[in-house]
Design a protein around this ligand. Structure first.
Ligand code: MLT
Length: 388
């Protein structure tokens, strides 16, 4: 039984228990606004659909970090820094090559090398705002290189050094495949990065801010965020969605019958439903449009059709709507990206949101330290070990 007296606030009041912190406002942010009833998402006042159509990932990164869309000269300078920062220290590539099992879960391998980046950064412990901004750029520039290097070395291939040209989306696809992407693939990857960049106080961002609020460093904070994003109830969901679609495809079963069976068995359908959105996630609507275009271009509509059947059935049966992970899975699949890299790609994008939140946290830091209501016994005494 809960004992309110065990969790009094400093002024003696019993705090209210809110499981999963659902609906709790833990802090204020200028970074993004979500209206979960209406399906609205703004980054610093800009509609997500406007940004996805009219802004590059680099412009969005600048916007999140600086609060304004960049002028051309500011964007040129940021792009210069991003390109300069793409290579990673050879010791870290060696770690991926020689000290990481080939069958490691990518998010675990990447969580480890993100942490290692801090060991090779002379500015790691410099907590000035200027150094933290440089480290935000550095982390965003280097994570795509790490994702691509891990994917290649686990396949026994040579890592491809960044070209240090073009956009993050361009160089990432180049390093992954060893050949320059076409404009369509680059555009889709760029838009996917824009869509995943920021989303309020989601679990991984909260993790980053909790760690940052102890005045720990940026590398520790984003390493924790990587761990939180990995979970299937967060960024790991896009992998689970694709596994479901592949399972359905391999079974040859009718999609309606398949989903009816899953729902009857009480199974959770990943990528459907969201803690904040009570209507369709606006990012899912944009990704659905991207999936339609890509399906037509590739002449491969089955993933779109299966996804639509499943999403409609789940919405009808449970009132749950598609979230960002539902259609991104098929988009990445049609781009030919390995399934277990979907969450790392989410991380490549969210690195901008995590670091923007950390910069914001440190502007006016307050240790994030909620309370737990104690529900255990209170009347125990230690017996000699032989009598226990
Ligand atoms: C996200 O973008 O982080 C996910 O939609 C999860 C969330 O917001 O809780």
């Amino acid at each position: 039984m809960s004992n309110p007296a065990s969790a009094q606030t400093a002024n003696g009041e019993a705090p209210k228990l809110v499981k999963g912190l659902e609906g709790v406002l833990a802090l204020e942010t200028e970074l993004s606004f979500i209206d979960g009833q209406e399906g609205v998402l703004l980054y610093r006042g800009y509609e997500i659909s406007d940004l996805a159509k009219n802004a590059s990932f680099e412009e969005v990164a600048y916007l999140l970090w600086n609060g304004e869309m960049p002028k051309q000269s500011q964007l040129d300078e940021l792009n210069r820094q991003f390109r300069e920062e793409r290579p990673v220290h050879p010791d870290i590539i060696d770690h991926l090559r020689h000290h990481t099992p080939n069958d490691a879960v990518p998010m675990s391998a990447l969580r480890t090398v993100i942490s290692m980046l801090g060991l090779y950064d002379e500015e790691a412990e410099d907590d000035s705002p200027e150094a933290n901004m440089r480290k935000s750029i550095r982390l965003t520039a280097k994570l795509p290189t790490l994702v691509a290097a891990f994917d290649r070395v686990r396949k026994g291939l040579q890592p491809v050094a960044p070209k240090q040209e073009g956009s993050i989306a361009f160089d990432f696809l180049y390093m992954l495949n060893g050949e320059e992407p076409g404009p369509a693939a680059e555009e889709i990857m760029d838009a996917a990065l824009v869509l995943h960049a920021e989303h309020g106080l989601n679990a991984s961002t909260f993790t980053a801010r909790v760690i940052g609020s102890t005045l720990s460093d940026i590398y520790s904070s984003v390493t924790g965020a990587m761990g939180a994003l990995k979970g299937p109830l967060h960024g790991g969901a896009n992998i689970k969605v694709m596994e479901m679609l592949l399972e359905l495809d391999a079974s040859g079963e009718d999609a309606s019958a398949y989903i009816e069976r899953k729902l009857a068995a009480g199974e959770r359908i990943m990528g459907m439903g969201h803690r904040v959105y009570k209507t369709i996630d606006p990012r899912a609507t944009i990704l659905h449009g991207m999936l339609e275009g890509l399906s037509d271009e590739k002449g491969e509509r089955k993933w779109l059709e299966m996804s639509d059947t499943i999403a409609n059935a789940v919405t009808e049966a449970k009132g749950l709507n598609a979230n960002v992970d539902f259609f991104s899975a098929s988009v990445y699949y049609l781009l030919g990206i390995e399934r277990d890299l979907y969450t790392p790609i989410f991380a490549v994008s969210r690195m901008t949101g995590w670091t923007a939140h950390l910069l914001e946290q440190w502007e006016e830091n307050r240790l994030i330290r909620p309370r737990a209501g104690y529900i255990g016994p209170r009347d125990k005494t230690v017996k000699p070990i032989g009598e226990r």
